[in-house]
Design a protein around this ligand. Structure first.
Ligand SMILES: *Cc1c(COP(=O)(O)O)cnc(C)c1O
Length: 361
């Protein structure tokens, strides 16, 4: 599908390079790394790039992606990141070596499915340290664990936490340390041996860079930081990593001078919003063959200096290109950088081609 426009451009050497840097950075702190492929919608080439960098553990939120990796023969340890649906316990046990969990009933379903296959399924119990997405609340954890540890067919290998997703709660030494304190408490009260403390996702890598990772955290699950070299929760580029490994290109399909305020009676736009306009006079406007069906428009930024996105519908992206310094013409392709949400949507879109860059340019 290369050369079909619009397309996502995937810089595989950049991803390999970031993955080996992230691995080294983690290793130097005694931390094991699971490379998370879900941001690239389980793209097989991206998964291969992770393995090429020496990662041996892959995590994804979708069983479908884990299946496609295994059908393609990729050798890795697989972690399911989204809490399992108990009705799909058999598939979870088949496809994931480890899953993240927070419900007793689900653990029982996983255990039954594992026993049917003469397996022991490994689980990490998620603890909610404040972001209010998944996880058992710390005060409920001892009772939860007392019940979970008696379930045959599963092995509880550790505790995990996730921040920076729903509540926008940032990882700190304090909330990450909670995991270590809980582990100690559980080991004393229940004689549980919890080897793995999975401290978080890309958002938590800032603690590595700042030297604030609490000793005892020995696992991280990182996607965005490897793929794009960014950390959107802290609005930062990870130092020394390459950015923009996944970008977008699309062609200009109309280029005309038009007034900046629409003519006629104004209602709502195609997305139910009431747009407002500032009269800047007549402007050079480009329409690009890209729309809300292809990508989350709010998260894209044109590379071209001076170009400004002024709106989008399902299939049309409108840019004011009056201030740009290059001669544009219909048929020219424009490049866009993607934030995490835009990358997710672009990789998931069924309308975009994929252009894999395989060697360093
Ligand atoms: C998505 C996800 C990750 C990885 O997040 P990134 O921000 O891409 O690093 C880690 N853990 C869980 C539970 C996730 O859902």
């Amino acid at each position: 599908m290369s050369n079909s426009f619009p397309q996502v451009n995937i810089n595989l050497p950049g991803i390999v390079d970031n993955a080996s840097k992230m691995k080294a950075k983690c290793l130097s702190m005694g931390i094991e790394l699971t490379g998370v492929t879900k941001g690239a919608a389980g793209d097989l080439e991206v998964a291969k790039a992770f393995l090429k960098a020496g990662l041996t553990r892959l995590g994804d939120s979708r069983l479908k992606n884990l299946r496609s990796f295994q059908e393609a023969g990729l050798k890795a340890e697989y972690m399911l990141l989204r809490l399992p649906d108990p009705d799909r316990a058999a598939e979870v046990v088949e496809l994931a070596d480890i899953s993240l969990n927070s419900e007793i009933n689900t653990l029982q379903s996983l255990a039954r499915a594992a026993q049917k296959r003469n397996k022991v399924h490994r689980v990490i119990i998620m603890v909610d340290v404040g972001d209010l997405r998944e996880g058992v609340l710390p005060e409920d954890l001892p009772d939860f664990m007392a019940e979970a540890m008696d379930i045959k067919g599963i092995e509880i290998i550790g505790l995990g936490t996730n921040v920076g997703c729903y509540g926008g709660v940032l990882p700190t030494k304090e909330n990450t340390e909670q995991l270590i304190n809980l582990k100690r408490q559980l080991e004393e009260e229940l004689s549980l041996n919890l080897e793995l403390l999975s401290g978080g996702n890309t958002a938590t890598t800032i603690l590595l860079d700042e030297g604030k990772m609490p000793a005892g955290i020995n696992h991280l699950r990182v996607g965005e930081g490897i793929i794009q070299g960014t950390d959107i929760t802290h609005q930062r580029n990870i130092p020394g990593f390459s950015q923009n490994n996944i970008s977008l290109s699309a062609a200009i399909i109309e280029l005309k001078q038009k007034p900046s305020v629409p003519r006629g009676q104004l209602g709502h736009d195609a997305f139910g919003q009431k747009p407002t306009f500032v009269d800047k006079g007549v402007r050079w406007r480009a329409i690009v063959a890209l729309g809300r069906q292809d990508v989350r428009i709010d998260g894209i930024t044109p590379d071209l200096a001076g170009a400004e996105i002024i709106g989008a519908s399902s299939d049309h992206l409108l840019l004011d290109v009056t201030e740009t310094e290059v001669e544009l013409k219909v048929g020219d392709s424009l490049d866009f950088a993607l934030d995490y949400g835009a990358m997710l949507s672009a990789m998931t879109s069924g309308y975009l081609g994929k252009n894999y860059q395989k060697t360093d340019s």
